[in-house]
Design a protein around this ligand. Sequence first.
Ligand code: AOF
Ligand code: ZN
Length: 365
Amino acid sequence: MAASELDRRYMEAAIRLSRTHQGLTGTNPSVATLIVKNGVIVGRGVTAIGGRPHAETQALAEAGEGARGSTAYVTLEPCAHHGKTPPCANALVTAGVTRVVAAATDPDDRVSGKGYAILRAGGIEVEENVMAAEAADYLAGYLIRSARKRPEVTLKLALSSDGYIGRAGEAQVPITGSVARAQVHLMRAESDAILVGIGTVLSDDPQLTCRLPGLEARSPIRIVLDSHLRLPVDSELVRTAANVPVWVAARADADPAKRRALAAAGCRILATETDCGATALPELLEDLAAQGLSTVMVEGGAAVATSLLDENLVDRIALFEGAVVIGSEAGVAGPDLNPHIARDFKQLNEFRFGEDRYREYVRST
Ligand code: AOF
Ligand code: ZN
């Protein structure tokens, strides 16, 4: 039986469920499973915090005997490998599930089609690629890390209505309102790391944490591109480094005394061969992926954004536009986005957050 409109609606619900652990599952993607029998959801599962147990085993445990004769909706192909637990594909067969509707195929070599093969060999009817694009959007960090050996890079920008990112000589000029700011904090919580250039730290002294009530513990790693270790030891970032990690990418030959001072304050120093400009970025991102990071959100400034765009290292642009007017006398220009958007991106959506306009673009090339 081909996928129906109802199948798509269950899959949509599963994709939304998968979002709840986005950023919390380590190198494992956050995936979800819904087990549906006679129109009733009898089991739900989302990859556990830390990455295990997998979604399917939890959903099957909740469904119990109810899984027999059911349909399972999975946002990623069920695994086929023996990790800490037996393969989810086998668990679905053993539980007596009769139909599996799946969104994305797992690129992991240990799975990649083998999960579907186990299901079919066990007599399960399998529907692949149902809402695959929507699921892939949520799995982007995992899929990009797997295909490109680097994290998914999201460039977050807030522009005034006249197109500026700040006012010269002034720290943290408010450009968007409270609703948009809350959304940015949620995006931080869902990211593995936030990345900024040292210029942004020196001018704004930002915290870059998630300060949404109840989600404070979900602040991501904060990464500063700082070739010459100019990061002040009394900055907000360094003062909070014991609670929320701070990684500093610096030249290997940067001042050893400063290196020791930052390390003593709890920062981790990542060495790069060259200045942290465009040339060091691919290597740095590869290093971050090797250390298990799947998603990085870039929050400033214009130089870092321009380098990443020029190197084709941006996968997603999250563009907030506020009602504020800054004026050309003091306006700090952002990166020149338009040629990049026209050439390499397509618009994914558009919302309003309070008074502010939000548009999201994803790479189309
Ligand atoms: C699933 N369900 O919920 C997730 C899956 O280290 P392990 O044993 O946990 O395996 C990690 C791999 O499992 C990961 O690379 C991906 O292929 C798959 N993720 N699979 O059946 C899940 N999160
Ligand atoms: Zn599994």
